[in-house]
Design a binder for this molecule. Structure first.
Ligand code: GTP
Ligand code: MG
Length: 557
């Protein structure tokens, strides 16, 4: 692991004297490695899942003696890692080197009893540590808690304004917002705790995180999307009949896969609600296109969405992860634009006609495929690089993508982030949304197959539009904001180093509320429309020529 030695030596010294624990402190998930040193998505997920099974989550009194705490837990086995954080109280995540240590710890753990309350006797890996009265050892200086939420926008604007270039601003924003190694570890732990509940019915099940928790674009505080994977149950299903007779399980039958998913989620959701310690506010949203149960996991502070039978979403997460790892600029662009969109209410926490973070991310990827040379490969190129073991078909759709990152050639694009950002705003400020669809599989715009204000082809389900929910007003807001931001960045981007650092400049200036107000006022919009028409003309021309060369294949989409 990448231990941050300086921190280890200075602040955790007391611990290292008595406990041979390897302590990892806040580390960034961002460290940029060459492609051939990067782990495949599945390998990384499997490692984290296995690690989570060796972890416990412990609620601690606010003033705990770290040294004694760790020493006490070490009686049950070697501790690999641990950290503290706050969420309605103080918690510690403790990772043992062996899973068996948890059994030993459990044997030493009591069931709480109070004369006034009853408990559901479900024993999980969420524990509490109590300070025995009169035990002085627990009233020591408090421990260092790792933050699990990002800084506010105003503080961010200030921070970015002190940077020397727009590129530095974007990288700095990414550093501030991205999930830490510990936060990811906590996400896998919550999945693992929920799996223990679901395993009462389905011992072979796995609860896997997907979406922004694993796709490389997760921001501290983002929701935890999970899916209940029951595939392991049917794996290796074909057994040789012994003596001519074959045995079969009798199973409950349902009318469709969807209704099976709904009843499984209803029951698991009920168990989580009734028996899951710390799980509150259960909502069962079973009639959605993708049925889910939603609840809050208080000890972690995560808003949780649990789905089942959702392999395509997992594949989309893998795809985004792959793109996020190919070039350092990708994450910086996506984090910054997600932040920009959120600040100006282009995206929202509530479902509605807004553009989702997922759609916005696909738009950024598409834009980066348009550069010359391209920053990112097309999905078809990723499929063509795949090896036989990468082959994947889900519900009749070819979802094959290469898993070995080192096979993907860098095209040598060296544009600065500032330039790419400027071009992004101009690209979408002038895009012919009314006729064209965004398609990252081909890396080329296509004619829209259906009338929707914004059409973004779903990467793995080509008949679906990922931005079907977006209405005209929301699209217009996005376009206006792009135009306004293009104009401002061009004007203000020049304010480089040496300016007054108290005034927001560069990307920081684009995060101010005045930007969206200006974008909505018509006067400003006209100003930027001039270059728009010019670009539109050239776009149309390029389209005409691509149509004649690509023939009917594209336009039939
Ligand atoms: P956050 O906004 O940070 O939560 O980003 P997210 O990527 O996790 O988005 P969200 O929680 O809305 O959705 C989780 C995952 O579901 C996404 O990463 C996608 O893989 C998938 N997803 C979300 N919206 C759509 C959609 O409209 N179509 C399809 N096919 N998949 C979607
Ligand atoms: Mg999410």
């Amino acid at each position: 692991g990448k231990l941050q030695k300086t921190y280890f030596n200075s602040k955790r010294k007391i611990v290292s004297e008595s406990v041979p624990a390897k302590i990892q402190t806040t580390s960034k998930t961002d460290e940029y490695k060459p492609r051939d040193e990067r782990k495949s998505f599945y390998k990384l997920q499997e490692e984290r899942r296995e690690q989570a099974e060796r972890c416990v989550l412990i609620n601690c009194p606010p003033k705990i003696n770290e040294k004694k705490f760790i020493k006490q837990l070490s009686r049950h086995g070697n501790i690999n890692n641990y950290f503290f954080y706050e969420s309605f109280g103080m918690y510690a995540v403790v990772e043992f080197s062996e899973k068996d240590s948890i059994g030993s710890l459990r044997e030493a753990t009591n069931i709480p009893h109070s004369q006034h309350e009853a408990t559901v006797p479900f024993k999980s890996r969420l524990l509490s540590i109590k300070a025995n009265s009169g035990n002085q050892s627990f009233s020591q200086p408090s421990v260092q808690c790792l933050k699990q939420t990002p800084i506010g926008v105003n503080e961010l604007i200030q921070k970015l304004s002190s940077k020397d270039s727009v590129d530095q601003q974007l990288y700095s924003l990414t550093e501030e917002y991205q999930l830490t190694e510990e936060n990811v570890c906590l996400r896998f732990l919550v999945c693992s705790l929920l799996k223990d509940i679901a395993a009462a019915y389905f011992p072979e099940c796995i609860i896997r995180p997907f979406g922004s928790s694993v796709n490389g674009f997760g921001k501290l505080g983002c929701d935890l999307d999970m899916f209940l994977d029951l595939d392991a149950i049917s794996r290796g299903n074909i057994k040789q009949p012994a003596g001519g007779l074959s045995l079969e399980y009798q199973m409950k039958r349902t009318s469709s896969e969807r209704s099976a998913t709904q009843s499984i989620l209803a029951v698991i959701g009920e168990c989580v609600d009734q028996f899951g310690p710390g799980c509150v506010g259960m909502q069962k949203i079973l009639n959605a296109r993708c049925p889910l149960v939603r609840f809050a996991h208080q000890p972690s502070g995560f808003q949780c969405d649990l789905t089942a039978n959702n392999r395509v979403a997992m594949k989309s997460s893998e795809l985004l992860y792959l793109y996020s790892q190919l070039d350092r600029r990708v994450r910086a662009m996506v984090f910054s634009l997600r932040c920009w969109a959120r600040v100006h209410s282009i995206t929202s926490n509530i479902a509605g006609a807004w553009i989702t973070n997922f759609s916005l991310t696909v738009m950024v990827i598409f834009f980066l495929q348009q550069r010359s040379p391209a920053v990112l490969p097309t999905l078809d190129q990723l499929r063509d690089l795949a090896e036989p073991h990468d082959k994947c078909t889900i519900e009749g759709n070819d979802c094959t993508i290469v898993s070995d990152l080192s096979k993907i050639q860098d095209q040598g694009n060296t544009e600065t982030l500032e330039h790419l950002l400027q071009e992004f705003f101009e690209f979408y400020g002038n895009f012919a949304f009314s006729r064209l669809s965004i398609n990252i599989r081909k890396g080329k715009e296509q004619y829209k197959p259906e009338a929707a204000p914004l059409h973004i082809q779903n990467p793995f389900e080509p008949t679906l539009n990922v931005s079907k929910n977006v209405n005209n007003t929301q699209l217009e807001n996005l376009v206006a904001l792009c135009q306004e931001s293009a104009w401002l960045l061009q004007k203000g981007g020049a304010v480089g180093p040496g300016h007054n650092r108290d005034t927001p400049w560069g990307f920081a200036a684009l995060l101010q509320p005045s930007v969206s107000q200006a974008a909505r006022s018509k006067g400003r919009r006209r100003k930027t429309l001039e270059p728009a028409s010019k670009r539109m003309k050239s776009l149309l021309e390029s389209l005409k020529s691509s149509k004649t060369s690509a023939g009917a294949a594209d336009s039939s989409k």
